[in-house]
Structure formats: C-alpha cells, structure tokens
Design a protein around this ligand. Structure first.
Ligand SMILES: Nc1ncnc2c1ncn2[C@@H]1O[C@H](COP(=O)(O)OP(=O)(O)OP(=O)(O)O)[C@@H](O)[C@H]1O
Length: 358
C-alpha cells in the first residue's frame, strides 16, 4: 500500500546495547515511537533513514526493499527519499534560511518552486535572508521542517523535533506541526519521550522500552489499555478519553465523553481533545452517595478487578471504559465485583486536556 513502512530489525552496539524492533507503520498519519531515554527510538529512526545499518533484518517501504541484510540490500539515504528533522535543527550555519531550504530541495532533485512553497507554508518568507544564528530555536526548527518538506519526501522522520525548545515555543510549534502533518498528508514516524507530544501529534503509538517495541496501536487505545505493566509504566496515564468541548463557564470546560459529561479546568485546547487522568484520581462510591466537591459523578458498572500489590485496578463501564485504582480495603467495603453498580468521582483539576487532530 502507498506509504506503508514495515521493518523487522536488530541493531547491536559495542558495549552490549541492542535494539530489536518489529513494526508495521500505517501508510498514512503519524506513527509515534514513544519510550524513555535509551529505549532505542533514535536507532530505529536512523536505520529507516539509512544513516545506520541494522545487524540483522529487513526494512521495506511500499514495494521497495530499502534494507535486507541477508540479500546485501542497503539503499543509500538519498535514494530512500525521506525528510529527516533533527532535534537540534542541524542547519548549515553559513547559509541563509532560503539557501538551507533550497539545498534540501536541490540535493533530492525536487522540482523548481518546491523550496519557495515550503518557505511559504512554514511562514518563513520574511526570514529567508537570515542565517541560523539570527533565528530563535522555534524558527530554526521551522526551517528544518521546511527543508525536509522541500525535498519532496515520501516519508517524514522527526527525531524529538520539539525537545530542544522552551515550553511556550514548544507548545506553539506543536500546534503548527500538528496542522502541518495533517495538511501535507505524508506518512510520518515521530520520536518522542513526551506524553503530551505523543497524544497531540500521533495517530498511532509504538511503545519502546529496553530496546524492544512492546505495543503498537491507536494512541488512545495504547494509553487506555497498555498490554502489560511495563507499557503501563511507560505511558503513565491510564485514562485517555476522546472528548468534545460542549462549553466553557467560570474557568471550567464542559466535555462530552461518549454518553457522559465531564468537567475539567480550562482553557480548552480546541473543540476536540483528549481528557487524560490517572486511575488513582478516580474515587469510587456506593450508588446514591451524598454530594461531594467532585465535579464529575459518573454512573458506572464494574467490569473487572485486578490486584496490584496493596491496590486493586478496577475497570469500569461508564458508556466508555474507565480505570480506577483503589485500595483492596475499599474493594471489600464497597463489595466491588463484576456487574456491580458504582459511582465514579473525579475532581475537575485532575483532568488534563490535550488537543487532538481534526
Ligand atoms: N553508537 C553507539 N554506540 C554504543 N551504544 C549506542 C550507540 N548508539 C546508541 N547506543 C545505545 O543503544 C540504546 C538505544 O539508544 P537510542 O539513542 O536509540 O535510544 P533513544 O530511545 O533514542 O534515547 P533518547 O531518547 O535518549 O535519544 C541505548 O542503550 C544507547 O546507549
């Protein structure tokens, strides 16, 4: 299928570190490689770009084989036609913005006009005669994106593209990047260790830990249903619910989540967002309990219980799945069991809102 990337590789380093990855990235949208530092994310990206060669394995894009150790295939980076965006922009310091972007286009034989189009698209026309030293970090990263796009790539590879920026610049560029990735319609593989970035930019998530891909799937699903405790520890947020903003009032944002309504502390990041909260922030109460300060009271049915040390992980059905983490004592006192009705309570400040595409 056009734009489909598949890989199955092992890369071993002197000193004993090894990265083993097996991945079928969707032919469209953004696949995020997510995991802690040292998990192997950059290694996978560099192998796809052709900047490093796996010790064993195969990398395919569409009908082409880019790498096949057993058959001696190793297509050089320029022939793979990928656009690569580095963490630190990696611009030529002696060239202007325009020359940097033109260099990207010329190196790949892109049609005339590709550089100008990319400069325009990233809002860089007015900065085109400056050199990288005369730009802010965010502007440099926009130039790096323009250079990648100007080469008319078939696949975009982004290695922690926002991590070198300060928080406000990062937030602004995150929104630009989200819109840009949706508009260009190219498949992209994006590396990050930042949960918010993964949620805001990814369509699919591949979780890496200790040199292996542990789970791959739609972003909200991986966050909501980590395959094992290791993935749960990496993703950290058990409840990630696609939500629509219904209104804002007195600093609170009212959200529609499936058949239920939730309140969170504003501002709303957009009309569509994810409402994210930890399982330990959900309180459980017997139905008909007295009023509390929790803004969110959801009628739920217990679906499953799983012991977790002194705690119990309770999976609930509120019309959408919800996970709560409570003590075993509470499980006994509330007589929680599959099928039992219960009220799930959640304070509005515990709900974190993250914009999502569309
Ligand atoms: N050139 C190298 N020589 C030896 N070991 C290496 C080399 N490059 C990477 N490694 C090791 O391989 C593992 C994966 O590194 P990689 O840079 O891919 O991780 P990462 O998930 O991208 O981390 P970060 O988020 O910190 O960039 C780490 O244990 C790292 O120390």
């Amino acid at each position: 299928m056009a734009g489909a990337l598949s890989l199955d590789l092992v890369r071993r380093f002197p000193g004993g570190a090894a990265v083993a990855a097996s991945l079928e990235a969707a032919p469209e949208g953004v696949t995020v490689l997510f995991g802690p530092s040292g998990a192997g994310k950059s290694t996978v990206l560099r192998c796809v770009a052709g900047l490093e060669a796996p010790d064993v394995g195969v990398i395919r894009f569409d009908e082409e084989t880019w790498f096949d150790r057993a058959h001696g295939v190793d297509v050089p980076p320029q022939a793979r036609r990928v656009g690569y965006v580095f963490q630190d922009a990696a611009l030529f310091p002696h060239l202007t913005v325009e020359e940097n972007v033109r260099y990207g286009a010329r190196a790949r034989g892109a049609p005339p006009g590709a550089a100008g189009e990319a400069l325009e698209r990233l809002g860089l026309a007015l900065l085109s005669h400056r050199r990288p030293a005369e730009l802010s970090g965010g502007e440099r990263q926009r130039v790096s994106l323009a250079r990648a796009l100007a080469s008319r790539p078939r696949l975009l590879l982004l290695d922690e593209p926002l991590s070198a920026l300060d928080a406000p610049t990062r937030e602004a560029l995150r929104a630009t990047l989200r819109d840009l990735l949706a508009a260009v319609g190219l498949p992209a593989l994006l590396v990050t260790h930042d949960r918010i970035e993964a949620l805001a930019l990814g369509d699919r998530l591949a979780v890496l830990a200790k040199g292996r891909i542990r789970q791959c799937g739609p972003v909200a699903e991986v966050f909501a249903r980590p395959a094992d405790l290791e993935v749960a520890a990496v993703v950290g947020t058990e409840n990630v619910l696609p939500a629509e903003v219904a209104g804002e009032e007195g600093g609170l944002v009212h959200l529609r989540v499936g058949p239920a309504e939730l309140s969170a502390v504003g501002p709303a990041p957009g009309r569509r967002c994810f409402a994210c909260f930890r399982a330990e922030d959900v309180l459980l109460e017997a139905p008909g309990g007295s009023p509390t300060s929790a803004r969110n009271r959801l009628a739920a049915t217990v679906r499953a219980l799983a012991p977790e040390g002194p705690l119990s992980r309770v999976t609930l059905d509120c019309g959408f799945p919800l996970v709560a983490l409570v003590t075993r004592r509470s499980v006994e006192e509330l007589e929680l069991a599959p099928g039992r009705p219960v009220l799930a309570l959640l304070k509005a400040p515990a709900v974190r809102l993250v914009a999502r595409a569309g």
